[in-house]
Design a binder for this molecule. Sequence first.
Ligand code: ADP
Length: 605
Amino acid sequence: MLKDIRSPFQYKKIPIDQKDHSKKRTKAKDAKGTLGRMWSYLAEKKGMLTLVMIMVVVSAVFGLLGPIVIGRAIDHFIVGRTASGLFPILLGLLGIYVIQSLSLWFQNYWMINISQSTVFRMRSELFTHLHELPIPFFDKQRHGELMSRVTNDIENVSSTLNTSVIQILSSVITFVGTISVMLYMSPLLTLITLIIVPIMAVSIKWITNRTGKLFKEQQKNLGELNGYIEESISGAKVIKAYSREEQVTAEFLEKNDSLKASGFWAQTISGFIPKVMNTLNNLSFTIIAAIGGWFALKGWITIGSIVVFAEYSRQFTRPLNDLANQFNTMLSAIAGAERVFDVLDEKEEREDEKNALHQPIQTGAIEFRHVSFGYEEGSQTLKHLSFTVPAGQSIAFVGPTGAGKTTVTNLLARFYEPDEGAILIDGIDIKNMTRSSLRKHMGFVLQDSFLFQGTIRENIRYGRLDATDQEVEEAAKNANAHSFIERLPKGYDTVLTQNGAGISQGQKQLISIARAVLADPVLLILDEATSNIDTVTEVKIQQALARLMEGRTSVMIAHRLNTIQRADQIVVLKDGEMIERGSHAELLRQKGFYSNLYESQFKRA
Ligand code: ADP
């Protein structure tokens, strides 16, 4: 019945000890490996891929047949000066082109089907994996940059699959087929025509060597730019508040400029390819016309064959041209796929121990036994921290910023594991519980309560998905949120924009408290908001929290006088060490850090 009300977006930290998948996965940093992985996706659609290949062969073969028939017709009708049998040949030609067109249509249809299914799977895996990742990953990454991977990079892979696979296959078949027919017709003329190939190969290599890096850079710059745009939009208020519009625009322009530069060079240099190919094509055409004409005069070859050759010379350089073009697109898609695989290779939250208990928290009694912990090696954020919280009681952590208060809650929820010592809940080391059973009856009310796009009702129901409308309203009443919700024109059906813009900070908190009330957790973790809230709402929040905490074990990062005073015990943390511990009255009597803090900060409040 009880649900974890934690939103995956609310946490900034992750475990350090995670499952190592690196051995299982191919490194994505090389094109070969990435292609291999792409293949494993495509291989799922082997049947359809085979159909595509058959259609590619059909279209390529029929494409080769066309010029042969034309050549024959020229020799027969023009050189032989007779019109008999023209109709069936024309009909045959028509048939060839119809079949070629149909096979082109089908290969395209099936290939798009394959590519859409492939990117559908990649996108789904990426999204699912994103939510298996520990939170520090999100901390390190710009959100917009990540978005860019899920959208742009995957789109890039999709469009390349749509065209490149067919192009590459058909180019290879056409190239081999053309050369074979040419060799059959005139080996000498074929060899002369082929002189052009090494020149083409060298120029293509020269160009693609340069563009590969540039495309990668372009994709990276695009990601960075997207990240920056996302950040500037979500931080629009702060930007305005600090009048940083100019600076932000300047930084944007700089990034936009880098994207333009890499895009410009990538496109320009790759744009040379068709031009170079065209020139070489014309050269080859001229050679065939000149030498072929001479051969025809000598009677070594028919006029029709020269026409076939001329047509084929274009056909055999076209696949090379296409291959070169596709190579670039492929490189850019590989760069995109690599970036997607990079995310997929990020390590997930460590798996639960084999014998981990599935029993959810019963009473929530907490014990920290000499817990030490550091986010980075060598640093110690918490030092030998020991305390106990009997079931149903509350503990409040106070202390300067950076003292380690949030870290305590992160360890409690097992977003991180302690380096030394143990954390027990209900007398069981939490290491021996599955994460889901540990978090199942743990409730969180955090400073920045994340609200999703949706109605108020949906946002409260996030605490327990099977709650009835009545239960939702009951929870809202308990959280002192009901009256303000009722006053909204659409009441519980008011649609909140993302992250709750449109209602006040205090109202957001009341909704998040209602969410927690509905979830009815055994153990409550509370990170009080520090922001200024009007006194009426403040009182409402205090009342609601008091009601919520009743009978539950609660761990608070407390900022408000009322909440702190009410706590059964208060722990003062400083630089990760417990420097004082006791009830409000006891600590005041000690005249230490807490009483100073109280005097200076809270007495005025
Ligand atoms: P508090 O909640 O008391 O303000 P925190 O528990 O958030 O303090 O942080 C304690 C210390 O740990 C701080 O010095 C902070 O810089 C550091 N810290 C917090 N989160 C991380 C993290 N994800 N990676 C590295 N250091 C961190």
